[in-house]
Write a protein that binds this ligand. Structure first.
Ligand SMILES: [Ca+2]
Ligand SMILES: [Ca+2]
Length: 206
């Protein structure tokens, strides 16, 4: 009997510890989705801030030089869409290149991580600006100066019909593919592929 009393005095039995551990596991399981959703919202806010900075930088370049930071002419220019790297664009905006930015003005200065090809929310070793999920931000410039650019969700090609109702009356637009890394929803995002509505994508023009 003395032995049992000893054990009681010293605190928890194995069963009590197991119950406490089980309760902690259940609570952690309940909290995990909530924490994930808060983190995801924070990433979208960061994405929107980055997109605003990109658009502001391009517009400041236009104000300074009377043109957009691209050598493309006769059609609109799209960077970071998977076919054309955005390095040339950000090299000009970051004054790493003086080809177009002849006065070497720094229009944007995102954090940089040269040790990674695809860092999150930074310029990578590829010279491109990556979103908080590590995909590349896409940027479209009105390089034919007709005051419209194609909406990537309704056309996908740059420099289309300027009279189309699908075009946006913008000089520069930028967008992030969101958590699933593709245009529109699907997979880990709600919504449908190639559609902005209800997806996890982040865009500059709304
Ligand atoms: Ca245009
Ligand atoms: Ca997406």
């Amino acid at each position: 009997m003395a032995h049992v009393q000893d054990r009681n005095r010293h605190g928890f039995t194995l069963l009590e510890l197991l119950v406490v551990i089980a309760i902690i596991v259940v609570l952690a399981g309940l909290l995990f989705p909530a924490v994930q959703s808060v983190l995801e919202r924070a990433k979208k806010v960061q994405g929107k801030n980055d997109l605003t900075q990109i658009v502001t930088a391009v517009n400041a370049f236009y104000t300074e030089y009377g043109r957009y930071p691209t050598t493309v002419s006769g059609a609109d220019a799209t960077y970071g869409d998977g076919s054309t790297s955005s390095k040339a664009l950000f090299d000009e905006l970051r004054a790493k290149s003086g080809t177009l930015n002849t006065r070497l003005i720094v229009f944007i200065s995102p954090p940089e991580d040269g040790s990674q090809a695809s860092p999150k929310g930074k310029i990578g070793s590829d010279g491109q600006f990556h979103d908080p999920w590590s995909s590349v931000y896409a940027v479209r410039l009105d390089a034919n100066y007709d005051n419209v650019v194609n909406n990537p969700y309704t056309d996908g090609s740059a420099g289309g019909d300027p009279n189309s109702s699908y075009d946006l009356r913008q000089g520069v637009i930028a967008w992030s593919l969101g958590k699933n890394g593709v245009l529109g929803g699907g997979g880990v995002e709600p919504g449908n592929a190639n559609s902005y509505t209800g997806s996890g994508d982040v865009i500059s023009w709304q």
